[in-house]
Design a binder for this molecule. Structure first.
Ligand SMILES: CC(C)(COP(=O)(O)OP(=O)(O)OC[C@H]1O[C@@H](n2cnc3c(N)ncnc32)[C@H](O)[C@@H]1OP(=O)(O)O)[C@@H](O)C(=O)NCCC(=O)NCCS
Length: 194
C-alpha cells in the first residue's frame, strides 16, 4: 500500500507501510511528540532500543504498521498488532498516533480506515483498541466508529511517569466498521478520501 490522501484542509499526506529502514524518521516523529501524547502509550517510544525491537515484530509479520508522511517527515503512525496466540488469531489491536500539528485534520480517521482495509485483507474479525482513561480523544474517535467499551480495569496499567491508570478495552467487529467509516467520511464531505 502506498497512496496519497487529502486531509480535511486539503493538505496531502502519503500513507504507506512502515519498513525497518524507517527507524530514523520514526524516532524523529516520536521524539517530537509532546509528553501528554506519549505519556499513555504502551511503550517508551523515545527509547531507540525499544522502537528497534518493535520494528522486528513488523519484519516478522507479528505487527502491521503504517506511517503518514508529509514533506519527508513522519506525521502519523498506525498499527495492527497481532497477538500470535491461537485463541486470538482473529483479532488485531489497533494503535494510532498523530503528530500534534496534524491532529484534528482528519488524519486519525484516515489511518483507522487504512488499518481497517489491512484487517480485512488479513481476514481479521475483531479490532481491539486499548487506552488509558485520560486518552479522551482516542475514546471519542473509536466510540464514534461504533467501538464498544468491553471493560474498564481500574489502576491496571502505569503511564510513563509511573502513575497507575485505568485501562479501557474497546472492540469492534470488522464487518460493522466499514458502515461507520463510510458514514464518517460522507458526513464530513470527505468523498475525495474514498
Ligand atoms: C486520538 C488521535 C489519534 C485522534 O487523531 P486526529 O487525527 O486528531 O483525529 P481526527 O481529526 O481524524 O478526528 C476524528 C474525530 O475524533 C474525535 N476526536 C479526535 N481528537 C479528539 C480530542 N482530543 N478530543 C475529543 N474528540 C476528539 C472527534 O470526534 C473528531 O471528529 P471531528 O473533528 O469531526 O470533531 C490523536 O489525538 C492522537 O494521536 N492522540 C495521542 C495518542 C493517542 O491517544 N492514540 C490512541 C492510542 S490507541
Amino acid at each position: 500500500m502506498d497512496k496519497t490522501e487529502k486531509l480535511k484542509d486539503g493538505t496531502e499526506a502519503r500513507i504507506r507501510k512502515l519498513v525497518v529502514e524507517d527507524i530514523d524518521r520514526l524516532m524523529e516523529f516520536y521524539q517530537a511528540l509532546p509528553l501528554e501524547d506519549r505519556k499513555y502509550l504502551k511503550f517508551d517510544v523515545t527509547d531507540r532500543k525499544v522502537v528497534a525491537k518493535r520494528l522486528l515484530r513488523v519484519e516478522n509479520g507479528d505487527d502491521i504498521r503504517i506511517i503518514a508522511i508529509h514533506g519527508g517527515v513522519v506525521v502519523a503512525s498506525g498499527a495492527l498488532e497481532l497477538s500470535g496466540e491461537a485463541w486470538s488469531r482473529h483479532q488485531g489491536e489497533i494503535r494510532v498516533i498523530i503528530a500534534r500539528p496534524f491532529q484534528h485534520r482528519g488524519l486519525g480517521m484516515i489511518m483507522i480506515r487504512e488499518l481497517y482495509f489491512i484487517a480485512v485483507q488479513n481476514n481479521l474479525k475483531t479490532i481491539v483498541a486499548k487506552m488509558m482513561r485520560p486518552q479522551v480523544g482516542a475514546q471519542k474517535i473509536f466510540r464514534s466508529l461504533g467501538f464498544r467499551e468491553e471493560s474498564l480495569m481500574p489502576d491496571f496499567v502505569k503511564d510513563i511517569k509511573g502513575e497507575s491508570q485505568d485501562l479501557i478495552v474497546m472492540t469492534c467487529d470488522v464487518k460493522d466498521l466499514w458502515k461507520q467509516l463510510d458514514r464518517a467520511f460522507s458526513e464530513s464531505d470527505w468523498q475525495r478520501c474514498r
